[in-house]
Design a protein around this ligand. Structure first.
Ligand code: XBP
Ligand code: MG
Length: 254
């Protein structure tokens, strides 16, 4: 096994709990602004998360949940417009600092950066959303810490397809033998493991019941020295929070 060369981070649910308090809220704000009476409750949103990508999720909602809605003739434009408004609201929410990073995320990223470990973001969300979250949490310009931001419509087939991981690795001139992924969801791990990438899972409220049998380790969060994680499956070798050394151990399967 080659030495670990790069950390590939999913964003939504992994770096921060953006789904419930960010994306969902922004969707509802966009619906309201457009004069629509749709309301994505926390519960409905949990079901809608089966489909990744905001535009894809709106279509899924209208096809499977709100089938009475009369789709306008220019439906593609309608969805694009709604989604652009949602992105505007999401960016605003991030700028207001509405969603913090999850435990251990900032510490691990800063340690990796200081050690010269290569890093990338691999997500289905819109690039502007990634910038807004990183700016508001790690600081202005922190997206430059990541060699590649693989996001949004860069590849047509979003997670669970592996395409976005392949795209990121190609840009970095790395293979699945060189990298490890951080994910939080079923669609995320389907994507990373279809690309043959070792994967560390940190669950959240929406994904606790997902199937993570393909993960190298499943944790409730990345942990902090004073806030140990709980190991849900796999072996942390006595470690209670993720640091670069423990990530390398998990990668090596030691
Ligand atoms: C994240 C998503 C995204 C966001 C919405 O999945 O499903 O679609 O919910 O983002 P993952 P956009 O964490 O697996 O990348 O509205 O910008 O598409
Ligand atoms: Mg995710």
């Amino acid at each position: 096994m080659a030495e670990l060369q790069a950390l590939l981070f999913d964003v939504d649910g992994t770096l921060a709990d953006t789904e419930r308090d960010g994306h969902r809220v922004a969707f509802n704000m966009a619906f309201k602004e457009a004069g629509l009476d749709w309301n994505w409750t926390e519960e409905i949103y949990g079901q809608l998360l089966a489909v990744t990508g905001g535009k894809e999720r709106i279509r899924y909602y209208l096809n499977d949940f709100n089938t009475d809605f009369d789709k306008p003739e220019n439906f593609d434009e309608f969805v694009k417009g709604l989604h652009a408004a949602k992105t505007k609201f999401y960016v605003q929410l991030m700028q207001e600092g509405k969603v913090p990073l999850r435990p251990g995320v900032e510490r691990l990223i800063k340690e990796a950066k200081a050690a010269g470990m290569r890093m990338a973001v691999v997500t289905t969300t819109t690039p502007a959303n990634v910038t807004a979250l990183l700016d508001s949490t790690l600081g202005q310009g922190s997206e430059d810490w990541f060699e590649v931001i693989a996001a949004g419509d860069i590849v047509p087939a979003k997670k669970p397809a592996p395409d976005i991981y392949f795209w990121a690795m190609e840009k970095m001139n790395l293979t699945a033998e060189d990298v490890i992924a951080f994910e939080d969801s079923s669609n995320g791990i389907l994507s990373s493991t279809a690309a043959n990438i070792k994967t560390i899972i940190t669950i959240n409220g929406y994904t606790a019941e997902d199937d993570f049998s393909a993960a190298d380790i499943v944790l409730d969060h990345m942990g902090e020295p004073d806030q140990p994680f709980t190991v849900l499956s796999g072996d942390s070798k006595g470690v209670t929070y993720l640091n670069l050394a423990s990530v390398k151990q998990i990668f090596a399967g030691e």
